[in-house]
Design a protein around this ligand. Structure first.
Ligand code: BEZ
Ligand code: MG
Length: 591
């Protein structure tokens, strides 16, 4: 790569300089994106119960674990130690604004190279050789590298052996299974060894102090991102909160909602989070954002005190004696009391979920079964399933999930941006249909009610700089890192029948993002068609391993075209139709 040596904050002195600077900026941006795809940790196949990680998978996992500070074991992030040892400074790694110059790019590559080699040295020759390697190559003192390598040694041992099969047999016999926390390995390595009885957390403990601290920069990045695209703060946002995610992160999603509202959790004498207090506006230095929260049925069941806390937070903010330009919750509640025929208790409803005992939005089923004609139907279904209000009214009476469709409609009418926290490398937005049923479903509902499609964002709170991406960027990233990545699909194809089903499911989930949010570029479908259907040897493999999924995949591509999500060329469409016909013949022959 040829890039002129200059910092991109330099002012151009002539037109040619300006063009060169712009070219370099774009090259660095491209490089940043390539690194993002290359470094993304992806599952390379399905988990086989009882089977230990493969060496390469293990090396990737250890590299990710080592890239975060682990204060609980006195370990610092390995890339920071290497950067400091090489005299490069940790800011190269985590300024969050992308690469700024060719020098930063080279520094980055140097740090990554040393870290990767140190992990290899550790895996092939053990801890003390890795300590020595880091000391010789990057001046990292032994006392600094020891704690992180000791952690890697423990994790490496635990990844090698697991009790999954034994525990399964014991569970089937009704015997005791040792409990263990549920989380992502990178987030919380103490989930190892696997094969334990996953437990949740005490709902009164969330958000934890760490989760609340981490959520600040995510909320700020989210608002900055919106501001950079719309030149103002979003007056109202809709957040999706899931149970399992808040277990794994000890309430990061909840904490992000509290930050947006500008309140902090307060603990009682028993150290339980049972109240909130408003941060002063001069400390917050921005308006309080109105937040509509749709919580999953699992969240509602597991985190009842948290549901009450979120409702309490909105009520508190709505009643603060503050200018409405700095308190959008108050602004909207006041507007509603003045202009609509409703009471304070109705105007302040912001926490919605399913009716008691019900789960899910069903938007995924409607999309998968192609059972809708008008776009609005998907958003309306979301509201029908999720318009049940939780919290307490002004007299302290529980709302107990009573139907509040009009209140939800009114709250969604004002929403300008939607958001969900992604907290794991293992499951992304095209791996399961739940992301599009929730985040896509609510975005579709808002599109009709606000008469404008909201900006849709996701975070990646596992990356060091808690990056915020638009939905479109996330779909592109997942498509490149997974669906179209031979490392991913070959890993899946090793599992035969089930592997083809996984590929088909990724394509259908991607289609779900077209249906609910129009967030999929044409090239995604074009490349999927080229990779899995129009490539004869690949099609042959798919139809041999699993003709049913191969047939569904081709059908989904044709449906994407039929519904106007994919501007495909006629030649490709003709081929797809022929292939679908021949798969139908094959399936009839099989039947
Ligand atoms: C949850 O953890 O709340 C959840 C899990 C799967 C799908 C939807 C929600
Ligand atoms: Mg199009």
């Amino acid at each position: 790569m040829m890039i002129q040596q200059h910092n991109l904050t330099d002012q151009p002195t002539s037109e040619t300089d300006g063009i060169a600077l712009e070219r370099d900026r774009r090259v660095l941006e491209l490089y940043d994106q390539l690194m993002e795809i290359e470094q993304r940790l992806i599952p390379t196949g399905l988990h086989v119960l009882g089977q230990a990680s493969e060496p390469r998978e293990k090396a990737d996992m250890l590299r990710m674990v080592a890239s975060f500070d682990r204060p609980e074991v006195g370990a610092r992030a390995l890339p920071d130690l290497v950067a400091e040892g090489l005299g490069l400074g940790a800011c190269v790694l985590s300024n969050g604004s992308g690469l700024q110059s060719e020098q930063e790019l080279l520094d980055h590559e140097r740090i990554d190279g040393v870290v990767a080699s140190a992990i290899q040295e550790f895996l092939s020759s053990g801890l003390s050789n890795a300590v020595e390697f880091l000391e010789t190559k990057a001046n990292v003192k032994a006392e600094d590298s020891q704690p992180v390598l000791a952690l890697l040694e423990k994790i490496s041992r635990q990844l090698q052996t697991n009790n999954e099969l034994d525990s399964l047999l014991r569970a089937l016999r009704g015997e005791y299974i040792e409990p263990g926390p549920g989380a992502d390995i990178v987030q919380n390595p103490s989930i190892l060894p696997t094969g334990r009885n996953t437990h949740a957390i005490n709902p009164y403990a969330i958000p934890s102090a760490v989760a609340f601290a981490r959520a600040e920069s995510v909320a700020n990045n989210l608002l900055e991102r919106y501001q950079s695209e719309h030149s103002s703060y979003p007056r109202a946002m809709a957040l999706v909160l899931w149970g399992l995610d808040n277990i794994k992160t000890q309430g990061e999603g909840v904490a992000q909602a509290l930050w947006l509202l500008g309140v902090r959790p307060v603990r009682d004498a028993l150290n339980r989070v049972t109240a909130v207090e408003a941060m002063p506006l001069n400390e917050l230095r921005r308006p309080r954002i109105d937040v509509v929260m749709t919580v999953s049925g699992i969240f509602r069941d597991l985190f009842s005190p948290t549901v009450q806390l979120l409702d309490k937070a909105v009520r508190l903010v709505a009643q603060l004696d503050e200018p409405v330009e700095l308190n959008y919750v108050r602004k909207h509640v006041v507007d509603e009391l003045q202009n609509e025929d409703c009471e304070f208790d109705e105007a302040v409803l912001r926490v919605f979920s399913n009716a008691p005992g019900n789960y899910g939005t069903n938007v995924n089923f409607m999309v998968m079964d192609s059972q809708w004609e008008r776009d609005d139907t998907l958003g309306d279904l979301f509201v029908t399933r999720k318009c049940f209000a939780y919290g307490r009214d002004s007299r302290g009476g529980s709302l107990e999930g009573r139907e509040a469709r009009m209140a939800m409609d009114r709250a969604l009418r004002r929403v300008q941006a939607t958001y969900q926290n992604i907290d794991t490398f293992e499951i992304g937005i095209t791996d399961v249909d739940h992301y599009f049923e929730y985040l896509g479903g609510i975005s579709k509902a808002i599109e009709k009610r606000a008469c404008s499609r909201p900006a849709i964002y996701l975070s990646d709170t596992l990356s060091r700089d808690a990056k915020i991406r638009s939905l479109e960027e996330t779909v592109r990233l997942e498509t490149r890192a997974k669906t179209l990545n031979p490392k991913w699909y070959e890993g899946m194809l090793k599992h035969g029948f089930r592997g083809v089903a996984e590929i088909e499911s990724h394509v259908s989930n991607t289609f779900g993002w077209s249906a609910t949010a129009g967030a999929v570029d044409d090239w995604v479908y074009t490349e999927v068609a080229k990779t899995f259907v129009l490539d004869e040897p690949m099609l042959e493999r798919l139809r041999t391993l699993n003709p049913h999924s191969a047939h569904s995949l081709v059908g989904r591509l044709l449906e994407a075209h039929g519904r106007g999500y994919w501007d495909a060329d006629e030649d490709a469409l003709d081929k797809l139709r022929d292939i679908r016909g021949s798969l139908e013949d094959q399936l009839e022959g099989v039947a």
